[in-house]
Design a protein around this ligand. Structure first.
Ligand code: ZN
Length: 172
């Protein structure tokens, strides 16, 4: 078994030597190992954080102006910077994409999928201030009624799954 994305990298980030795939431990995926300095280049998961922002009885969504998923809907969110508390990512990305100030209420759920490198942490948030308008990487920002979620035009499985989990608590 090999990482599906191991072919993305050819050279050692430490010394510039060539990487090769090597089975280090039985039962684990092959790792990328530097032929020169033996550095093991682990392909780690990437963490993204997204915000469920209830507003006016609906849910805030944004339409992406970048790939992947150009033109499709998601909820505000993005990649967590190394060293950044995840709750701060949620607040920062929501501001950058929607100009809404929110605070984190709690973690809703965590989503990971076979052969997908990104792991998504979805947070329930509470609106504090601001007027909804499209910011970074966003064509449109809109509140959708809970019965009007654009399910066929959602960019990612994690977005769909997070909204489904949100609806379970929003409808009770
Ligand atoms: Zn090396």
């Amino acid at each position: 078994m090999s990482y599906w994305h191991a072919d993305l990298y050819n050279f050692c980030p430490r010394c510039g030597g060539p990487l090769e795939k090597r089975l280090i431990k039985a039962g684990e995926p092959e790792r990328l190992v530097c032929k020169v300095c033996e550095f093991i280049f682990y392909i780690d998961p990437k963490l993204a954080a997204i915000a469920l922002v209830p507003l006016d009885g609906g849910l805030v969504m944004v339409r992406r102006s970048i790939e992947p998923g150009y033109g499709l809907w998601v909820v505000p969110g993005g990649f967590v910077d190394a060293g950044e508390p995840v709750e701060e990512t949620v607040v920062r990305e929501t501001w950058e994409e929607t100009f809404l100030r929110v605070k984190v209420v709690r973690l809703l759920n965590l989503y990971s999928y076979q052969n997908h490198r990104t792991v998504v942490a979805a947070y329930l948030t509470q609106y504090l201030a601001g007027e909804l308008s499209p910011g970074d990487e966003t064509l449109e920002a809109q509140v959708f009624g809970l019965k009007e979620i654009p399910w066929e035009k959602i960019a990612f499985q994690s977005t769909r799954d997070a909204i489904k989990d949100y609806l379970k608590i929003a409808n009770t």
